[in-house]
Design a protein around this ligand. Sequence first.
Ligand SMILES: Cc1cc2nc3c(=O)[nH]c(=O)nc-3n(C[C@H](O)[C@H](O)[C@H](O)COP(=O)(O)OP(=O)(O)OC[C@H]3O[C@@H](n4cnc5c(N)ncnc54)[C@H](O)[C@@H]3O)c2cc1C
Ligand code: SF4
Length: 316
Amino acid sequence: MRSFTYERASSPAEAAAAAMRTEGARFIAGGTNLLDLMKLEIETPTHLIDVNGLALDKIETTTEGGLRIGALVRNTDLAADERVRRDYGLLSRALLAGASGQLRNKATTAGNLLQRTRCPYFYDTNQPCNKRQPGSGCAAIGGFTRPLAVIGTSDACIATHPSDMAVAMRALDATVETVRSDGTVRGIPIAEFHRLPGDTPHIETTLVPGELITAVTLPKPVGGKHIYRKVRDRASYAFALVSVGAIVQRDGTGRVALGGVAHRPWRVEAADAEMPRGAKAVAERLLAGARPTDENAFKLPLVERTLGAVLAEAKG
Ligand SMILES: Cc1cc2nc3c(=O)[nH]c(=O)nc-3n(C[C@H](O)[C@H](O)[C@H](O)COP(=O)(O)OP(=O)(O)OC[C@H]3O[C@@H](n4cnc5c(N)ncnc54)[C@H](O)[C@@H]3O)c2cc1C
Ligand code: SF4
């Protein structure tokens, strides 16, 4: 592990300003992803800005009837919040499908959105990886691809985004609130937050350097049945091969997002309109243009079957 300096930020604006002052600075929240990456020297920040002392750990009702979730709200607390369990069950279920109890006690809302991919070659510093080292190549293409993406891929990267929580946030139309180093604030719709890899897979979000996430806002509840179904190789403590997050209304309409298939939580709004027609129609819309490999082509029928199970559960 490389040496680094450390400071505790005193306000969100100060944290963002500090990140711009020092080349190679990074924020640290729960540290459950960043510290692992530092130990492997995949991430080598020169300076850590600890944001844990900032008062960003509250869940508040908004005047529009939604929820404002502070960036530092721990995954455990968010999943257990009475309002989340009642009105945003999809979010609670997605959170509880991720990691382990111990990890969720530390992991934060912002850190979860920004966790890095679990592509095995990203973690193997002996292998080329455009995400870890831009321009070095992609060892996954032509390699072991079973857990990797089937849609939205590029010739530079076929990694997936590993977050379960982000899939729920995408289906719920969340907005990510931020502050920049000059003190300006903005709200980024979750649909525009995570990027596809293109030829710059190392740039994973639309955040600008030094921009700090302060909260995630959810619009007012939409009702319906909230279901999160995660298919994985082990029953717990494993990332999704495929996951389906869905909100289904009594008349069969609703919305759906996928995890484990793309570089970002995958939602195609036109696919929502197909929900009354069943899983096949929805899957066809969601996965139009998919480019799976021989090893991960199984994800396409797996999406359709998992969707089928979710829609049957919603009816049931
Ligand atoms: C063994 C293991 C299994 C796991 N399984 C799952 C799983 O099944 N599903 C799942 O979804 N996740 C899983 N995770 C990932 C876990 O959810 C993430 O590690 C966690 O959510 C990251 O949150 P954190 O607060 O610890 O982030 P940190 O590690 O502190 O930070 C992560 C990134 O976010 C940045 N950051 C943090 N806060 C801010 C902020 N406010 N503004 C801007 N940038 C910020 C940091 O600079 C860093 O780049 C697993 C992790 C482990 C170690
Ligand atoms: S798929 Fe992406 S993360 Fe994996 S090796 Fe290729 S460039 Fe790196």
